[in-house]
Structure formats: structure tokens, C-alpha cells
Design a protein. Structure first.
Length: 133
């Protein structure tokens, strides 16, 4: 709830997301992405998701450079591998610039890396939208 907003053509938006996620299996990661249920626009920015502390890397940082009405578009999301121990809040953040071409709706999507393994976007996670020049 609260992870979408209506946008207007001719404006420019800074979109920041901060929050935590949990999974019930240490080898399961999460997928976070962005799409437009309706409307068109241009996006650029990054998405960072912490990963399992036993892994070589400690965070996944992905460029976000594409957005449209298809949630699975390459460049519109990132999927982590296993995250910190089960049921332990794991941090994510995103910083995006979104420039609408038409009016429409901007939507964040969230899910588990593995369809049969639950993942949760925790309470207190937030999306902040600021209209910029």
C-alpha cells in the first residue's frame, strides 16, 4: 500500500524508496521493480538490495533505466540472491528520476525470487515522491 502514485506529463519526479524485506529461507532473495500500469515515461537511477552476509558480495546494486507497461522489462527491476538469515529484516533502497511523457500511474512491484518461497515487504518501508525542476 502506498507504493504507487499518479503522475502528470511535463513534470519531473525524484522517487526514493527505503525499507526492509524478509524471507523464510536463507537462500531466497527478493525482486523489486517498477512499471507503469498506464502512461509512458523515462526513468534512471539505481536499486540496492542487501544480500546474504556469507556471500562474496554484501549488496546487489542495479541500474534502473527502463520502464513501461510490462513489469518484466529488462532494466526495470533487480532480483537478489539469498538475503540475511531467515526472518531478519534486510535493507533495500532506490533512488530514481522519473520523467513522464503522458499522464499515468507509477507502480513499485515486489515479490520473492522463488515463487514457492515467501518474501515480505516489511511495515515501515516507504516510497517518497518529490516533484523537482
Amino acid at each position: 500500500e502506498g507504493f504507487s502514485f499518479n503522475f502528470e506529463a511535463g513534470k519531473k519526479y525524484k522517487v526514493d524508496l527505503l525499507g526492509t524485506v524478509t524471507t523464510t529461507v536463507v537462500t531466497t532473495g527478493v525482486s523489486i521493480g517498477f512499471y507503469l500500469p498506464n502512461g509512458m515515461g523515462i526513468i534512471s537511477g539505481f536499486l540496492q538490495i542487501a544480500v546474504n552476509s556469507a556471500a562474496t558480495a554484501t549488496a546487489l546494486i542495479a541500474a534502473i533505466y527502463s520502464i513501461n507497461q510490462t513489469p518484466t522489462t529488462i532494466g526495470s527491476s533487480a532480483t537478489s540472491t539469498g538475503i540475511t538469515p531467515i526472518n531478519t529484516p534486510t535493507y533495500f533502497q532506490a533512488s530514481l528520476i522519473f520523467i513522464p511523457v503522458t499522464n499515468g500511474v507509477f507502480q513499485m512491484q515486489f515479490g520473492s525470487e522463488i515463487a514457492t518461497s515467501p518474501a515480505k515487504l516489511n511495515a515501515g518501508s516507504t516510497m517518497m515522491i518529490e516533484e523537482i525542476e
